[in-house]
Design a protein around this ligand. Sequence first.
Ligand code: XMP
Length: 508
Amino acid sequence: MIIVYNFGSQYAHLIARRIREMGVHAIIVPHHTRARTIKKLKPDALIFSGGPASTWSTSALLPDPDLFKLNIPMLGICYGQQVLAEMLGGEVVPGRAAEYGKETVFIDDFSGLFKGLKGKEHVWFSHGDAVEVVPKGFKVTARTRICPVAAIENHEKKRFGVQFHPEVEHTEQGMTIIRNFLRMTRPKKDWKMNDVSRQLIKRVRKQVKKQGVIMAISGGVDSLVTAAIMKQAVPKHLYLILIDNGLMRSGEVELIKEYYQNAGFPHFEVVDASPLFLRALRDVTDPEQKRRKIGHTFMHVFDTKAKELKKYKRIRFLAQGTIYPDRIAGTHTPLAAIKHNRHHIIRSEKMKLKIIEPLAEFYKDEVRVLGRQLKLPKEKIERHPFPGPGLAIRIVGEVTKDRLEMLRSADDIFVHELKKAKRYQKIWQAFAVLIPVRTVGVMDDYRTLDFIISLRAVNSKDGITADWVRLPPGLMETVSNRIINEVKGVNRVVYDVSQKPPSTIEYE
Ligand code: XMP
């Protein structure tokens, strides 16, 4: 296993992910993790990530010096290289060489990290400080126009450093460099998603023993995969709750119910709280206010149910389908926490429940792979992401029962036609949005003043950037005609051709 020390880099997770892609297990630990903890984990190598700090400043983040006594191979990336240099007797100079973005690196040694590469490579930098004096035992193996120490290597001790970022896509040979590092550290290539689900199940079983676990499921892929892992680990002690907030898509609650009841989850319950949510949303038009109201109502319903269950069951854990991107979004502000449904963590502390998040290290596509390994139904795994606040943020302005019904019908038609045309699975996210603005239309020789439905279909890797999907005109025509003819209250359908950024995927 490889351990990535996180010094606050936005790419730490990417390093771990790249290594997993090569079939080797990798985990991320905070920069202050002690050497004795690492020793127990017996890793094959350590990687120090980049980070925003400076090794020379008073706020420098430096790892436990005892790590260097463990004789474990190391790779320092960007700030990580500076950490290696500074702690092993070299010298880092502030502002020595500022390089941001793509740069050409000149390679002088091909025996280690750069085996198989050319003399000149395009790599991606993001640094101001640089190593000036290399520690004893190291040689400089690469440089750039302005940075004389772009990479250092000590083959005897298997310690390596690169000032650039091999983990980002813009470093063209980044994967080769990481692979070369792995080749020299020889970890076992035993990381397979198959094993991962087995390991996750084992870990949960060990942690939970015979105590109870409560979990709120949403019907989405993250909570489904989490629930499946929990079920295999502690089948008799898992208590699942689906809170029907009245903001789900057409027929969704029934479908989820049918699935969980037939898939052998012994304790599964639907709590119909839709009137509560609708009441909380009355007269609310501000998007963030909507999210807050939905978040608070959710917490209230969940807590009430959990307390009730706790009276007669030994519930000690709260399982959540949190995945890696939720963790980044969920740590910034309380609002972001609510946005990504991690809000009940806050309450669970009061209820003294311990959190279990088996998918916290994974990306959506990895979760889907896990889902396949666990033999979960294909159509459930390939579902488009659906936001926690549901249809409430797809109705611009106030949410009412009538508006929800209109949106549900329009969305159902759009999704149905996409599936029929075998397009749904090729698209990252597609849905309808209700714009409750009245525009003129004619029907049966009468003037109508009805609402607008906007259709949104986007492709994206991670939801951070997105492009609209070029749908065939014939398909758009069918969807538009069906919506206008079948959904009462709608007389106009538009197709959204905005990219993210500057637009967002959702409308609120
Ligand atoms: P935006 O609209 O920010 O959406 O471009 C990016 C991705 O995030 C989802 N999204 C949410 N998910 N709670 C969620 O759980 C939310 O409040 C929320 N807002 C947006 C959105 O569906 C898209 O996949």
